[in-house]
Design a protein around this ligand. Structure first.
Ligand SMILES: Nc1ncnc2c1ncn2[C@@H]1O[C@H](COP(=O)(O)OP(=O)(O)OP(=O)(O)O)[C@@H](O)[C@H]1O
Ligand SMILES: [Mg+2]
Length: 312
């Protein structure tokens, strides 16, 4: 299956993708976790990967992070075909992955966490002053709200911890940052902070791959949304052009199911002229746009309709 004609390309740019996957497949025994995945990420672009449980999102992240090699297909970085066999190889290429568990050391302070394994030394000892200055400089560039770089990470809020994990990923000066569910455990204000941080990454010209279950986050911060369904590409949309219902349809493989019906019911109960913003379109605006079959990729085989029955 090919979906090249359906792949949305970033607007107003002729740049090459920093990361490009073509026909990537991965199985675990009899389970086909990913089949023939195509994905491009451009510099200065936030691409959200969405999909239901088991759609293959984490498998995709792990392939890019060097945890699992793909079975087939190619990955190109800056136009050059690469093999990502280990996490070290992934980092060396310039791919930084922030996993959902963050992997911070709670008992260490912010500076120590940022430079863990990459400590700056002067002679035989650690150059604490230099590391502290660089830590502040990095956090300032990210407009991060961290009260002190000398407090243990254990005493930071969830959003601040996420900030430290993202800042740490930037120490190696990556070109691509992968964030796995960065707001899943956060409250409203902390989510906003982390989404601001994602925008800072884009401003720095990084390609950002954002794995998320939260459509509000996706619509607020992503430039494109790539849908995986049952391990296959099932849509590639410019966020500005796509409605909540269209994304849900692509995720579930159906235009009529319990999720879209709830969204429609919510929309018809909404006031006639609700306030709208570019970054968070209202439910009524979503409902006004009929799901567009044109931008979805070709339908999946008949045996892939089980999800609709399950959620109905
Ligand atoms: N190490 C593994 N061994 C065997 N099967 C696996 C392994 N990792 C993933 N899978 C299978 O591959 C498929 C895709 O899983 P994956 O974790 O990538 O989905 P996901 O989109 O991240 O789902 P979720 O939203 O639940 O995290 C699932 O059927 C899963 O059971
Ligand atoms: Mg997962």
């Amino acid at each position: 299956m090919t979906m090249n004609s359906a792949v949305a390309e970033p607007r107003g740019t002729t740049r090459e993708p920093v990361l490009s996957l073509k026909g990537v497949s991965k199985g675990f025994g009899a389970v086909r976790a990913l089949t023939d995945i195509n994905l491009d990420i451009y510099p200065g672009e936030v691409v959200a990967i969405v999909g239901d449980n088991g759609a293959g999102k984490s498998t995709l992240v792990k392939i890019l992070a060097g945890v699992h090699p793909q079975d087939s297909g190619t990955i190109s970085f800056d136009g050059v075909e690469v093999s990502i066999q280990t996490p070290t190889a992934s980092r060396a290429l310039g791919i930084a992955t922030v996993f959902q568990d963050l992997a911070l050391c709670d008992n260490l302070d912010v500076v120590s966490n940022l430079f863990l394994g990459r400590e700056i030394t002067r002679g035989p000892s650690l150059d604490e002053e230099e590391m502290e200055q660089r830590a502040w400089s990095l956090l300032r560039q990210l407009s991060a709200k961290i009260p002190s770089v000398r407090i243990a990470v254990a005493s930071l809020s969830g959003g601040q911890r996420q900030t430290v994990a993202i800042a740490r990923s930037l120490i190696g000066e990556p070109s691509v940052v992968i964030l796995d569910e960065p707001t899943a455990a956060l409250g409203v204000a902390q989510t906003a902070e982390v989404l601001n941080l994602v925008e800072r990454l884009r401003e720095r010209g990084l390609g950002v791959l954002l794995i998320s279950h939260n459509m509000a986050d996706v619509q607020a911060v992503a430039d494109r949304v790539v849908v995986l369904r049952l391990g296959r590409n099932n849509g590639d949309f410019h966020v500005a052009d796509v409605s909540y219902e269209e994304i849900i349809s692509a995720i579930t493989g159906a235009t009529d199911n319990v999720v879209t019906r709830r969204a429609s019911a919510h929309a018809s109960a909404a006031p006639a002229s609700p306030p709208e913003s570019a970054s968070a379109p209202s439910a009524a605006a979503h409902a006004a746009v009929a799901p567009s079959e044109g931008r979805l990729t070709e339908p999946l085989p008949d045996n892939s309709t089980g999800i609709d029955e399950e959620i109905d």
